[in-house]
Design a protein around this ligand. Structure first.
Ligand SMILES: C[S@@+](CC[C@H](N)C(=O)[O-])C[C@H]1O[C@@H](n2cnc3c(N)ncnc32)[C@H](O)[C@@H]1O
Length: 234
């Protein structure tokens, strides 16, 4: 025999519940820009990426390698001896090394003082292989600076080869396994408001700068990694 309160409960959950859904107020159905806000000002993610790269500008020195163009080598580098530019895209006129990072056997070993891989690893399917090649290309003591997206729109041109989004945990494992955990520093950037602003396509300049200060552990916009190749390999 079913006792009365339980009977009432069963009746409640077995009844189909039909609720009318109304569009949520204040949530735009279209972004202000579907180009990260480049057309409106500084994209929110780029604000944080620039800040990370600027904080590590002293690493950008000597013989350096960068992806696509010499954006950070030119703006932040010092005492540069050589700047190589890598791209998979053979139409890139800035590049002098054309390869897939995952199969980059053509990259010289033990060469670079600094390798900058910004906003690129999401397009590389075999991440472990790419990180091994990056590590191999660094001279002992050389630095790898990486930024990767976590909460971000897809690249409209490269969306068909966009494989991944990243977390602090996946980056700690990915880079720690190759460089050694003690050789890596991983930080995240962003908070709920910056993630929403970034997805909406509003530019940094359209909001109060204080909005970007707080770093949330659960609303992560992107991840930044600094990894150093060990000087002596035992
Ligand atoms: C969004 S751009 C980022 C570049 C830039 N350094 C920055 O600061 O954002 C990504 C670049 O990665 C290149 N790319 C995509 N897949 C790649 C791969 N598997 N190996 C090497 N480069 C790749 C693209 O052609 C493009 O030039």
């Amino acid at each position: 025999m079913i006792i009365a309160p339980l009977k009432k409960q069963i009746k409640r959950v077995t009844q189909p519940v039909v609720r009318k859904l109304k569009p949520a107020p204040n949530i735009p159905l279209k972004p202000a820009s579907s180009n990260w806000g480049v057309d409106r000002g500084t994209p929110v993610s780029r604000f944080y990426i620039d800040r990370f790269m600027n904080a590590h500008r002293d690493d950008i020195t000597g013989t350096v390698l960068e992806i696509k163009n010499p954006r950070y080598a030119n703006s932040l580098g010092s005492a540069l001896k050589r700047v190589d530019i890598l791209d998979i895209d053979t139409n890139n006129r800035h590049a002098n090394i054309f390869t897939d990072l995952a199969t980059a056997d053509c990259l010289p070993s033990n060469t670079y003082d600094c390798f900058m891989i910004n906003e690129t690893l999401q397009f590389v399917y075999d991440l472990q292989s790419a990180v091994r090649h990056a590590h191999r290309s660094l001279r002992p003591g050389g630095i790898l600076l990486v930024t990767v997206p976590c909460t971000a729109q897809h690249d409209s041109e490269l969306k068909d080869v966009e494989f991944w989004r990243f977390t602090r945990t996946s980056c700690e494992r990915l880079f720690g396994d190759v460089f050694g955990q003690e050789m890596i520093e991983v930080e995240t950037y962003g908070n709920f408001a910056s993630c929403v602003t970034g997805l909406t396509g509003m530019a940094v300049e359209e909001n109060d700068p204080a909005m970007y200060d707080n770093v949330s552990p659960i609303y992560v916009q992107g991840v930044c990694v600094r990894a150093q190749k060990k000087r002596e390999i035992h």
